[in-house]
Design a protein around this ligand. Structure first.
Ligand code: PHE
Length: 358
């Protein structure tokens, strides 16, 4: 009997002292497992005298029940402590700011190209592309600028070394060769824009050797200059987000259009500052005209059947105007601070519905 009381004390103490589930399980095996203290004593009952057997069996069974209960209670307590510890460790401060803001910025030129595409796409235009490295035919001859034409000098062309056949590839001096490539690639009608890089050997405050233009071309059977004026007017009003923006078409000359015009928008100048949509001054934003019959013939179209208009606009220029960027040359410097200031957040995609600008 002494021995059983001591056993009970020891086992209960072991249960109370078990610090985690594994330790508690070890105590259970020690007491109630197949070869445990209580189990083996219960098995041993057969060997003791029938007189003592009943009393000992009662004590052992009570001890067995009590220990089972104590272990269950202890297990519950341990589980609760473990859960509280885990909750404390995994605590989240929901008042902290969410992820840090994305660092990268979209270059204003890329953003403005997307704005331009958005506006013309709404008028049913598609986007066309051509190579930066062009040949003489597409950049000049097909556009009615034959060799020795003075316009070739005006373009300050970058030439590449001559190829085996003697031809010299060049960096396109305007996006107009995409007119030719697009008309060669598919039958009319056409209603396309072609934004992209252009190159001229020229560098000062308002010129960089690489710059961007967007070309426009519309050819069908019934297109006239009224369509050209309407398209450019609607574009400028949408792009600058000014409803009554004034616009004028000044007679001009391009070898590949006839008649030709330069397009000005109304502005006010004060010192270096230019304010679009106010004042009595004018600012040139594009060249345009009705596609020259010779250009149409170069791509195999009959000018008596097909006609239309083309325009070319400087993208960097309108980007600077719209977003108050002071110096053209900064646009193409690898300057992260400048990009932080004038660039656009990656999720600020322009849309006519939600607004184009900032
Ligand atoms: N390609 C001309 C330029 O670079 C612009 C232009 C395009 C003019 C289409 C008329 C028609 O100056």
């Amino acid at each position: 009997m002494e021995d059983l009381e001591a056993l009970e004390r020891d086992l209960l103490a072991a249960v109370a002292g078990a610090e985690d589930r594994d330790a508690l399980e070890a105590v259970r095996v020690l007491a109630l497992g197949k070869k445990g203290e209580i189990t083996s004593r219960l098995k041993g009952l057969a060997e003791i005298s029938p007189d003592a057997r009943k009393a000992t069996a009662q004590i052992l069974n009570r001890l067995k029940d009590r220990l089972g209960q104590e272990i269950a209670t202890r297990a519950e307590a341990l589980a609760e402590t473990a859960l509280s510890a885990r909750l404390a460790a995994e605590k989240i401060d929901v008042t902290l700011p969410a992820r840090p803001e994305a660092e990268g910025r979209i270059h204003p030129v890329s953003h403005v190209v997307e704005e331009i595409v958005e506006i013309f796409a709404a008028m049913g235009f598609v986007v066309a592309q051509g190579p930066d490295i062009e040949d003489d035919f597409h950049n000049f001859t097909a556009l009615n600028i034959p060799p020795e034409h003075p316009a070739r000098q005006m373009h300050d062309t970058f030439y590449l070394p001559a190829q085996a056949d003697g031809r010299r590839p060049l960096l396109r001096t305007h996006t107009s060769p995409v007119q030719i490539r697009s008309m060669q690639a598919a039958p009319p009608p056409y209603r396309l824009i072609a934004p992209g890089r252009t190159f001229r050997c020229d560098s000062d405050q308002t010129h960089t050797p690489m710059f961007h233009q967007v070309e426009g071309l519309v050819i069908a059977r019934d297109i006239h200059m009224g369509h050209l004026k309407g398209v450019l007017r609607d574009f400028a009003r949408a792009f600058f987000e000014i409803d009554g923006l004034k616009m004028r078409f000044r007679p001009s000359y391009f070898p590949f259009t006839e008649p030709s015009a330069e397009v000005d928008i109304g502005c006010r100048r004060r010192g270096d500052e230019i304010k679009i949509g106010e004042g009595d001054d004018w600012l040139e934003i594009a060249g345009c005209g009705m596609v020259h019959p010779k250009v149409l013939r170069h791509v195999g179209l009959d000018p008596d059947e097909w006609q239309g208009f083309a325009f070319g606009m400087g993208i960097d220029r309108v980007a600077m105007l719209k977003y108050g960027i002071p110096d053209l040359r900064d646009m193409f410097e690898p300057d992260l601070q400048w990009l932080q200031k004038f660039g656009f957040r990656p999720y600020d995609a322009p849309s006519l519905g939600r607004g184009l600008g900032r």
